[in-house]
Design a protein around this ligand. Structure first.
Ligand SMILES: Nc1ncnc2c1ncn2[C@@H]1O[C@H](COP(=O)(O)OP(=O)(O)OP(=O)(O)O)[C@@H](O)[C@H]1O
Ligand SMILES: Nc1nc2c(c(=O)[nH]1)N=C(CO)CN2
Length: 165
């Protein structure tokens, strides 16, 4: 199955954390990274006043069940010292599951596709770069993006994630 994961963080050495998170995810058995987006610097959306994020999207081919993938994502967050405080608050690393194959889930522990992805330029802009054919809940991501404000999402061409070996 194809899995799409969104990485983001706005504390500490943000780029080193993104690379470390990607490497750790890729080290999981049953997950092969097939595409990595460029890195974007993004204005924070929601939550308290906080600094800008770096965001990127990773596309992978996986044999893991969605729950196992969520566990890997959460282990990766924890490895980078994520401390949960307030909702949408600053964090070193956030790993969200955007979509896993065609799986639809309304279990609050794992909602698929991610319930806010369709309105988040900081997810859709990198995603469509990693996969121009991307589709979310039956709609081309490129089309969803046409209706969104992308001014808070800036390419950081100087920061390029290394694809894990
Ligand atoms: N698609 C999903 N990807 C990641 N976590 C999810 C998903 N659906 C539900 N969750 C649940 O959401 C809970 C809270 O996640 P988290 O604290 O990362 O939220 P957030 O990143 O602050 O906000 P947002 O959910 O808007 O991105 C997690 O414990 C997880 O079980
Ligand atoms: N720019 C930006 N804003 C956010 C982000 C994020 O990754 N990037 N993540 C959030 C909660 O998941 C809330 N707000």
């Amino acid at each position: 199955m194809k899995a799409v994961l969104a990485l983001g963080g706005n504390l500490g050495d943000r780029f080193a954390t993104l690379q470390g998170g990607l490497d750790l995810l890729a080290a999981a058995p049953g997950l092969e990274v097939t595409a990595v987006s460029p890195v974007y610097e993004t204005d924070p959306v929601g939550g308290p006043e906080q600094g800008p994020y770096l965001n990127a999207v990773v596309v992978a081919e996986t044999s893991l069940a969605p729950r196992e993938l969520l566990a890997r994502a959460q282990e990766t967050e924890n490895a980078f010292g994520r401390v949960r405080t307030e909702r949408w608050g600053a964090r070193t690393l956030d790993v969200d599951l955007i979509a896993v194959g065609e799986v639809v889930s309304d279990d609050p522990e794992l909602i698929l596709p991610h319930p806010r992805a369709h309105e988040r330029a900081f997810v859709l802009v990198p995603w469509v770069q990693a996969d121009p054919e991307a589709v979310l809940a039956g709609r081309p991501v490129a089309e969803l993006l046409a209706g969104l404000d992308k001014t808070g999402v800036r390419l950081r061409a100087d920061l390029v994630l290394r694809e894990p070996a």
